[in-house]
Design a protein around this ligand. Structure first.
Ligand code: ZN
Length: 195
């Protein structure tokens, strides 16, 4: 699956690293989702971080503790929050059935807690899917052995791809003489396309 790559890499060793703000823009978050993102990954926007470290951090995030910290502790604030969207009352029902809330305040705060926990899980899932897609695109160039972000089916970095006759390759591909897998997996086939 094609994934938008908003990341500009200048150095080879940067390939496995991302800036938090690039992940954010790559995810295309709405305002509410962005608030959850900021709470899940409480990291400076400009900070550069290893992709797999970021993935671990997102996976390890405690949704219950975070949802708890986002829940209002005053009845007045809770009522205001419910007033913003009447559908949220459904979460009070869930607080009664799922959490066993048995008084008014517990139903109000439990409902908001469940709402946040659900949104957190959604945001978490979205971030994880995105990072896994990015990690999937890190490939090793068959020619020079360097890691690069794979945006094409043939497994060659931007530099090495120019050593091959791509017009011929694409023509053969279109006439079904070869597919990308043959090219990647068989050195003798690859050599037929070397310039
Ligand atoms: Zn290469």
């Amino acid at each position: 699956m094609a994934c938008p790559i908003p990341l500009a890499y200048s150095k080879k060793e940067d390939i496995m690293k991302v800036k938090i703000k690039d992940v954010k823009s790559g995810l295309g978050l709405n305002k509410e989702e962005e608030e959850y993102f900021n709470n899940i990954l409480n990291i400076n926007e400009d900070e550069e971080i290893e992709l797999d470290e970021l993935l671990d951090e997102t996976n390890d995030m405690e949704d219950t503790a975070l949802a708890d910290s986002m829940t209002n502790s005053y009845t007045s604030e809770l009522l205001k929050w419910y007033g913003e969207d009447l559908h949220r009352v459904e979460y009070m029902t869930e607080a009664i059935t799922e959490l066993g809330a048995n008084d008014g305040f517990s139903a109000l705060s439990g409902g908001q807690y469940l709402y946040h926990r659900e949104r957190i899980n959604e945001a978490q899932h979205k971030i994880i899917t995105y990072l896994e897609e990015l990690l999937d695109q890190v490939a090793t160039c068959l020619e020079c052995g360097e890691e690069y972000l794979d945006e094409r089916d043939i497994q060659l970095c931007d530099k090495c791809v120019n050593k091959f006759d791509l017009d011929k390759l694409f023509n053969d591909h279109d006439s079904k003489k070869i597919d990308a897998l043959d090219f990647n997996e068989q050195k003798n086939i690859r050599e037929q396309y070397r310039k």
